[in-house]
Design a protein around this ligand. Structure first.
Ligand code: NAP
Ligand code: MG
Length: 403
């Protein structure tokens, strides 16, 4: 069989621990037999990040800007224990944080829906995609404990040194205070990423804030989305038969639970943090979730939403078999290859990505699955596979589809 040819390299970001091992098996068993893989390889494993003083992470993000599509393996974000374990020169920053800062994007996460892993919410028929703004608000806030009675104010000083003041509270006793911010440029790029992604995936877009209470802060989010929609996207949405729907966050929460799914839910940073965990759990697990970072200039980075599965890796090092779910990592590859195929007009590559995803879903629906899914499935007579058996079961089904 002739292997599928690629024209532009895919930026490949290798990672750590158990997911690094899954990465290798996925390439060997599911990709290389069918595709003449053309990648530009960056080793984001912690050892290489340390050797290059983290330059490799920056280089990989710059390569993503150059080529447009990347696929990333889960990576360790070092803490004190990791500095000791790997003898690191420094406690390097989160690679995802570094890459997001360079690409300036929004993270979209969607559950992978299979028969036998039923959502806890019985009306949900299609996936719900969360689009999380990844800058500012409470994540970049300054806080203070107020020890006793006194006045607290917001003070803005412009470049000319002129002050504008607003009273926060006149404390009569001890209390707490918090200062949050966001920037228009970031909200604008968040809005554009969401509108582009909705058009790209042909789904409606929902957005919600608490603008009735937060008449300046949240209202600015609402206004920016509406202005950009009216000026740049309204026509294309109407042409595609899609809807942009704004509502209050509490109304959105109620509607999400009553809905059938099948839309993108854009969330401010905190709402996205909280709601994506709820959505992932209610649909099954983090290992059954796709994750893609989309930048406003149309760059895509695909990854798994979970970590490096450290506990399974240590078992693997001791020679014990594990049953680690590789679905999210497989879908990171299929997502990236599909996007590469679309951008380069390679229908065979797009078709391969579809088949890889179908073979993966077939495998689970036929009762072969990893332990995490076996614990929650409604299917009977399930076979619990080891990490590698599961990938090989997918490979068999993929080979049939490709024949
Ligand atoms: P984790 O790797 O997500 O794993 C936590 C637990 O969730 C696992 O022990 C396992 O539970 C279950 N799990 C997660 N993914 C699974 C999979 N694919 N198949 C089966 N079970 C799965 O989180 P962690 O152990 O807290 O973090 C390990 C490292 O990952 C950390 O160094 C962290 O910095 C990094 N991390 C990276 C990313 C990223 O690169 N995107 C994201 C998060 C964390 P059981 O042990 O009960 O089987
Ligand atoms: Mg969270």
């Amino acid at each position: 069989m002739q292997k599928i040819q690629m024209t532009t390299p895919l930026v490949e970001m290798d990672g750590d621990e158990k997911t690094r091992i899954l990465w290798k098996w996925i390439k060997e068993d599911l990709l290389e037999p069918f595709v003449d893989l053309k990648t530009e390889y960056y080793d984001l494993g912690l050892t290489c990040r340390d050797q290059t003083d983290d330059q490799v992470t920056i280089d990989s993000a710059m390569a993503t800007k150059k080529y447009g599509v990347a696929v990333k393996c889960a990576t360790i974000t070092p803490n004190a224990a990791r500095v000791k374990e790997y003898g690191l020169k420094e406690m390097w920053k989160s690679p995802n944080g570094t890459i997001r800062a360079i690409l300036d994007g929004t993270v979209f996460r969607a559950p992978i829906v299979v028969k036998g892993i039923e959502p806890n919410v019985k009306t949900w028929k299609k996936p719900i995609t969360i689009a999380r703004h990844a800058y500012g608000d409470v994540y970049k806030a300054t806080e203070m404990k107020i020890p006793a009675a006194g006045k607290c104010e917001l003070v803005y000083t412009n470049e000319a040194g002129e002050e504008t003041r607003a009273l926060i509270h006149h404390f009569t006793g001890a209390g707490i205070v918090q200062g949050q911010h966001n920037v228009e440029a970031s909200i604008e790029s968040f809005a554009r990423s969401c509108f582009n992604y909705a058009l790209d995936t042909k789904q409606d877009l929902w957005f919600a804030t608490k603008d009735t209470i937060s008449k300046k802060y949240d209202h600015t989010f609402k206004d920016i989305f509406q202005e950009i929609y009216d000026a740049e996207y309204k026509d294309r949405f109407e042409e595609a038969g899609l809807e942009y729907f704004y509502t209050l966050i509490d109304d959105a929460v109620a509607r999400v639970i009553k809905s059938q799914g099948g839309y993108i839910w854009a969330c401010k940073n905190y709402d996205g943090d909280v709601m994506s965990d709820m959505i992932a759990t209610a649909f099954g697990s983090l290992a059954m979730m796709t994750s893609v970072l989309v930048s406003p200039d149309g760059t895509y980075e695909y990854e798994a939403a979970h970590g490096t599965v450290q506990r399974h890796y240590y078992k693997h090092l001791k020679g014990e078999e594990t049953s680690t779910n590789s679905v999210a990592t497989i879908f990171a590859w299929s997502g990236a290859l599909r996007k590469r195929g679309e951008l380069d007009h390679l229908p065979e590559l797009v078709d391969f990505s579809e088949k890889l995803e179908k073979a993966t879903i077939d495998t689970i629906e036929s009762g072969c699955m990893t332990k995490d899914l076996a614990l929650i499935t409604t299917l009977q007579n399930v076979t619990v596979c080891t990490s590698q058996e599961f990938i090989r079961e997918i490979a068999k089904r993929l080979a049939k589809r490709m024949a």
